[in-house]
Write a protein that binds this ligand. Structure first.
Ligand code: AMP
Ligand code: MG
Length: 346
C-alpha cells in the first residue's frame, strides 16, 4: 500500500480531518501524534481493521491494545460498571497521558483485548489526536507506532522507514511533548495499581485517591509461565539491536568511575549520558539525552536517543540511569527493558 504523508501544520486542516476520519471509518490505518508517543490507529470496533495493526507492527496477538476516545460519552459504549474510584481517576486524569483498564462491553472485539474481559481506555489531550478521533466518531485502537520490540516512535523521521507502505496515512504533528507512553492503571480492590509507569506518577494518583500500588513487574523480569496483570509486561520492548547496559548510582562520581571502567574493558562503546556528565567519559561516542535536573527533557528525548544507538556500530551502549522520582520511574522502567534487564547498581 502507498502511504499518504500529511504535515498537519501546513495542510488545510478541516478537510484533512474529514478525510482521515472517513479513512478510519473505512478500516484504514493512520499513524498520528499524541502527547505521549505516536500511535498506529484503526477503528477499534472493527476486527478486520484492528488485525491490520497487529500485522503492521508484527505485534503478538496476546498483547491487547488501548482504545482512544475523544469525549467521555464514548466511554459508556465500550465499558461498564465503573466504580467510584475509577470515576475519580477518570475525572482527574482524562484527557491526558493516563490509561485505565475497565470492564468491557461485548461491542469491543476480542482482537482488541486479546480475549480479556477488560479493555484499556485513554483520552489523549493532544489536539490533533482528539480531532482525528472526533472526526472518526469511533474509539480508535492505537498502540505505539513502532515495529514491536523497538523503541516507540516520538517523531515521524524516526518511524518513517519502518512504517512506510504498511499504513495508509502518516500524520506528522512534530515531536511528542512527553515522549513516554501513558501510565497504565487498573483498580484492584479499590486500590489503583500502576501496571506501566508514565507521566502521571504514583504521587499524582495518591493525591486523588489516597491509595496507590506499583506492580512489582515494573522492574522485575517475568517468567514466560508467570501470570501478569498486563500482557505487555512479558514482551521485549524498547531495545536497540546493540547490546546495552544501564548503570545506576546515587553517587555521581561512582557512576562516572564505573562507566569509565566499563569503557576501558570495551572501548568500542557509546554512552547515553546526561548533559552534566557528557564531558566526563573517555568514550568514542556520547549521546546527550538531556539534563539530569530536567527529567521531562530526558523523557522527551529517550526513545529518539535509543533509536540512534544502532547507527554507531559499537559493541556496547552504556546508559546512565536516572533518579526514580516522579517521571524518573517511567524512564527507568523503559531503560531497564531497553537493556533487557542488564543493569548494574553501584
Ligand atoms: P502500547 O499499545 O504499545 O502503548 O501498549 C499498551 C499496553 O497496555 C501494553 O503493555 C498492554 O499489555 C497493556 N494493556 C492493554 N489492554 C490491557 C488490558 N485489558 N489489561 C491489561 N493491560 C492491557
Ligand atoms: Mg508499545
Amino acid at each position: 500500500m502507498q502511504t499518504k504523508y500529511i504535515n498537519i501544520s501546513t495542510i488545510n486542516e478541516d478537510s484533512i480531518y474529514d478525510e482521515i476520519g472517513l479513512a478510519l471509518q473505512n478500516g484504514k490505518l493512520v499513524v498520528f501524534p499524541t502527547e505521549t508517543v505516536y500511535g498506529i490507529g484503526a477503528n477499534g470496533l472493527d476486527e478486520k481493521a484492528v488485525k491490520k495493526i497487529y500485522e503492521a507492527k508484527g505485534r503478538s496477538s496476546d498483547n491487547p491494545l488501548i482504545l482512544h476516545i475523544s469525549d467521555i460519552n464514548m466511554l459508556s459504549k465500550i465499558t461498564k460498571n465503573i466504580s467510584f474510584v475509577e470515576k475519580k481517576l477518570i475525572d482527574a486524569f482524562f484527557p491526558g497521558p493516563f490509561t485505565l483498564i475497565l470492564e468491557r462491553t461485548p461491542i469491543v472485539p476480542d482482537v482488541v483485548t486479546a480475549g480479556l474481559d477488560t479493555v484499556a481506555v485513554r483520552m489523549p489531550s493532544n489536539e490533533i489526536a482528539r480531532k482525528i478521533i472526533e472526526h472518526a466518531k469511533l474509539p480508535i485502537a492505537a498502540p505505539s507506532a513502532n515495529i514491536s520490540g523497538k523503541p516507540s516512535g516520538t517523531e515521524v523521521t524516526d518511524i518513517m522507514d519502518e512504517l512506510e507502505n504498511k499504513v495508509d496515512y502518516i500524520v506528522d504533528g512534530g515531536k511528542c511533548n512527553i515522549g513516554i507512553e501513558s501510565t497504565v492503571v487498573r483498580v484492584i480492590d479499590d486500590i489503583p495499581t500502576i501496571l506501566r509507569p508514565g507521566k502521571i506518577t504514583k504521587e499524582d494518583i495518591l493525591k486523588v485517591v489516597g491509595k496507590v500500588k506499583v506492580d512489582k513487574h515494573i522492574f522485575e523480569k517475568c517468567n514466560s509461565d508467570e501470570k501478569v496483570l498486563s500482557p505487555g509486561m512479558k514482551h521485549k520492548h524498547y531495545a536497540p539491536k546493540t547490546k546495552c547496559v544501564m548503570v545506576y548510582s546515587n553517587n555521581n562520581d561512582t557512576l562516572i568511575k564505573k562507566i569509565n571502567a566499563i569503557l576501558e574493558d570495551t572501548p568500542n562503546s557509546l554512552v547515553i549520558s546526561t548533559t552534566e556528565n557528557s564531558n566526563k567519559y573517555n568514550a568514542k561516542y556520547i549521546l546527550d539525552v538531556g539534563s539530569k535536573n530536567n527529567l521531562d527533557e530526558i523523557s522527551k528525548n529517550i526513545f529518539s536517543t535509543l533509536r540512534k544507538v544502532d547507527l554507531y556500530n559499537v559493541d556496547l551502549a552504556i546508559i546512565e540511569g536516572v533518579s526514580q522520582e516522579g517521571i524518573g520511574l517511567a524512564i527507568m522502567n523503559r531503560l531497564i527493558r531497553a537493556c533487557e534487564y542488564n543493569y548494574i547498581e553501584c
